[in-house]
Design a protein around this ligand. Structure first.
Ligand SMILES: Nc1ncnc2c1ncn2[C@@H]1O[C@H](COP(=O)(O)OP(=O)(O)OP(=O)(O)O)[C@@H](O)[C@H]1O
Ligand SMILES: [Mg+2]
Length: 176
């Protein structure tokens, strides 16, 4: 996974699954605010953290808030689940099952990244250097009964989206 300089980072305590869902909803609202730029440039989100940390739960909530009805499956087995939301192609990837980073090159997935596409990538570290650099990197860690979310922006668009999302999240959770 190519690394990029972090422009801004945040940490949020997510006390329960509802807090994870609220962050997903806030990310969805940020996508709507920055839709024009995302259409022009595309947006890459990397989601790291152990098995069961909440990566899929976060993206599921984001997709629901973007209007996806019906099941939102984990892409663990299919590797990618595609959605059409807010006139974007949204690809939810999970690279956990890649045995070698070169699998990304042979998968043909590279062509799914680019303008008009929002790619949310679980286990980005398993996809190697050909995975486009994340604009937003989110790491979830089990902490007590809840989760600690570390959010980092590594592009100006990522920074704009995360700034909006954090403001939305804090407004919704009473500023905590
Ligand atoms: N803030 C939270 N506090 C406590 N539990 C949470 C929180 N957020 C999510 N969970 C729970 O943690 C689990 C997360 O499962 P999920 O499938 O999203 O993990 P994952 O990170 O995608 O794992 P994998 O790497 O296997 O894909 C769910 O049972 C969810 O209810
Ligand atoms: Mg998952």
């Amino acid at each position: 996974m190519p690394t990029a300089r972090t422009l801004t980072s945040w940490q949020l305590k997510l006390a329960d699954p509802e807090a994870t869902a609220a962050l997903g909803h806030a990310l969805a609202r940020a996508v709507q605010v920055h839709l024009t730029e995302i259409r022009e440039r595309g947006l890459q989100m990397g989601l790291s953290g152990d098995l069961g940390a909440g990566k899929t739960a976060l993206i599921r909530a984001m997709l629901r808030a973007l209007g996806v009805v019906g099941s939102v499956k984990s892409p663990t087995y299919a590797l990618v689940e595609p959605y059409a939301v807010s006139s974007l192609d949204f690809y939810h990837f999970d690279f956990y099952r890649f045995s070698d980073p070169s699998d990304f090159g042979s998968s043909g997935f590279r062509e799914l990244f680019g303008p008009g596409r929002l790619c949310a990538n679980e286990w980005p570290e398993r996809a190697g250097d050909r995975l486009p650099t994340s604009d937003i990197s989110i790491t979830l860690k089990v902490e007590g009964d809840g989760r600690l979310a570390s959010l980092a922006a590594t592009s100006e668009l990522g920074q704009a989206c995360l700034t909006s999302a954090i403001a939305e999240y804090q407004a919704g959770s009473g500023g905590t």
